[in-house]
Design a protein around this ligand. Structure first.
Ligand code: GLN
Length: 208
């Protein structure tokens, strides 16, 4: 099976690894640049984006990740992972005088915790539009939102795959897909299938 990394600094790493196994991929925990270099796709999991961004600096992964994304590495970012993948954070946290950083690559502006306190968490069925040959659609997915971010602006070349109350909650741009929600918490694997297929294509291109 194709090797797909899961950034394993903080967050729901185990659930994503299980979803990858379910679609026949080999999950690889990524904590260092050498591990990143060994995979053909990557998941940025949910968790706490400020903590993950801080650890990306500590583990010296920020620049290798930016380079890998610029080089076409297929990436799925979920929840905090979507925040990390976004070019602009509307309301970055300020930790010890420094604004929270994102990795970037995805041409959107995201707002953290945007669905409000009284509805910190909710679940709903969503219609997900197709993306490429390996994410056929529209497909119905059970989406789990936990202190979820929301996309406020979508740049050129970014496709909206699903919305809630008119706000994009799943977007795609070339080799990048991001969701406000946690597909892995509900056992959804459609997005993991897409990622495994995209990673398979990249692996084939590397050998050729
Ligand atoms: N609110 C979190 C953040 O800002 C994201 C929550 C999640 O990943 N479930 O990083």
């Amino acid at each position: 099976g194709v090797r797909v990394g899961v950034l394993a600094l903080q967050g729901d790493v185990r659930e994503h690894a299980e979803a990858l196994r379910a679609v026949g991929a080999v999950p690889v925990p990524v904590r260092r640049a050498s591990e990143l270099a060994s995979v053909d796709g990557l998941i940025l999991p949910g968790g706490e984006s400020t903590a993950i961004a801080h650890l990306l600096r500590v583990f010296e992964l920020m620049e290798p990740l930016r380079a890998a994304i610029a080089d076409g590495l297929p990436v799925l970012g979920t929840c905090a992972g979507m925040i990390l993948l976004s070019d602009t954070i509307a309301d970055p946290a300020v930790v010890r005088g420094r604004e929270q950083e994102s990795i970037g690559g995805l041409g959107v502006t995201v707002r953290r915790n945007a669905f409000g306190r009284q509805v910190d968490s909710f679940e709903q069925d969503l219609e997900l539009a197709a993306w490429g040959a390996s994410l056929p659609g529209p497909s119905s997915v059970r989406a789990v939102f936990i202190r979820a971010p929301r996309i406020e602006e979508v740049g050129e070349g970014v496709s909206v795959l699903a919305t809630v109350d008119g706000h994009p909650v799943a977007v795609a741009q070339g080799h990048l897909v991001a969701t406000s929600f946690h597909p892995e918490s509900a056992g959804e694997t459609a997005l993991h299938s897409w990622l495994a297929a995209a990673a398979g294509e990249r692996a084939a291109g590397r050998v050729a």
